[in-house]
Design a protein around this ligand. Structure first.
Ligand SMILES: [Zn+2]
Length: 102
């Protein structure tokens, strides 16, 4: 068989079997370990991305909870003698909606 370049350490070697890609067992093991870790970190990355997307969608949903616009909400807050932020906090606290205070 022709010589090959070890995928792990870059050394030239003569493979003993067709699919051998590393010069020694040690290199093979080190490589598969590195690959495993690569996969794991990739998995973590995609999981994080998924979570981020999920959170973004959740917050979008939350904001969409009311059909009222900012102007209407401000008017409602004013009517109840509160600022927009205080009104929102009160609504969240009571588990109510902007419409309840309109
Ligand atoms: Zn090697």
């Amino acid at each position: 068989m022709e010589t090959r370049i070890c995928k792990h350490c870059g050394k030239e070697f003569v493979p003993e079997y067709l699919r051998q890609i590393c010069c020694t067992k040690e290199c093979q093991q080190a490589r598969s370990k590195a690959k495993r870790e690569e996969k794991r970190s990739e998995y973590r990355k995609t999981e994080r991305a998924k979570l981020k997307k999920y959170k973004a969608e959740e917050s979008k949903k939350k904001n969409k909870g009311s059909s009222l616009g900012l102007v209407e909400k401000n008017a409602i807050a004013k009517k109840n003698g509160l600022s927009y932020g205080h009104m929102q906090a009160l609504i969240d606290l009571k588990g109510s909606t902007w419409e309840d205070w309109a």
